[in-house]
Write a protein that binds this ligand. Structure first.
Ligand SMILES: C/C=C/C(=O)SCCNC(=O)CCNC(=O)[C@H](O)C(C)(C)COP(=O)(O)OP(=O)(O)OC[C@H]1O[C@@H](n2cnc3c(N)ncnc32)[C@H](O)[C@@H]1OP(=O)(O)O
Length: 128
């Protein structure tokens, strides 16, 4: 296992309507953070053969809403590797979004370009 700076791990997931929390089917910010935790877990497996533990966030920016019915692309990039610490930069992009009408309740569209919804920097720690 090697912690190579620039390594990227990507997940894609549909945001279920069961996660709508606010008006307009808005999803809470914690949803993005949970997604960052999952992509960080895979990053730790890739770099260190262990799931790792999330130690801290230095910065979290909610730049655009995430809504139920969105398809998210979640990325983690390894930006710094200490002895046991791994600093990751996270992004969550909306790549597709529901576009329901009265006659087509399941209509949805790809977003081109994708919409940057959430961005963060955080540190995970792996065993020595
Ligand atoms: C992948 C996602 C998983 C999750 O979401 S898990 C759920 C949430 N997280 C947790 O429940 C974790 C709870 N916290 C802990 O268990 C411990 O707390 C840690 C294991 C995270 C760290 O404890 P210790 O192993 O005793 O840390 P040390 O020996 O003091 O330091 C080891 C390396 O970790 C860096 N570090 C420790 N705490 C922090 C912090 N809060 N923010 C940033 N970095 C930290 C240090 O600097 C050092 O780094 P250097 O080995 O590269 O020199």
């Amino acid at each position: 296992m090697t912690a190579t700076i620039g390594t990227v791990v990507t997940h894609r997931r549909y945001v279920p309507y069961s996660h709508a929390h606010y008006a307009g089917n808005l999803v809470d910010g914690a949803y993005s953070l949970a997604a960052f935790g999952d992509v960080a877990t895979e990053m730790c497996i890739v770099t260190d053969g262990d799931e790792g533990l999330f130690a801290s966030y230095e910065d979290v920016q909610f730049r655009a809403p995430v809504r139920a019915g969105d398809v998210l692309e979640i990325n983690a990039e390894l930006v710094r590797a200490g002895n046991r610490s791994r600093v990751l930069h996270f992004t969550a992009y909306v790549v597709a979004r529901g576009a329901a009408t009265a006659t087509r309740p399941g209509a949805a569209t790809l977003l081109d370009p994708p919409l940057l919804a959430t961005e963060a920097t955080g540190t995970v720690v792996v065993p020595g």
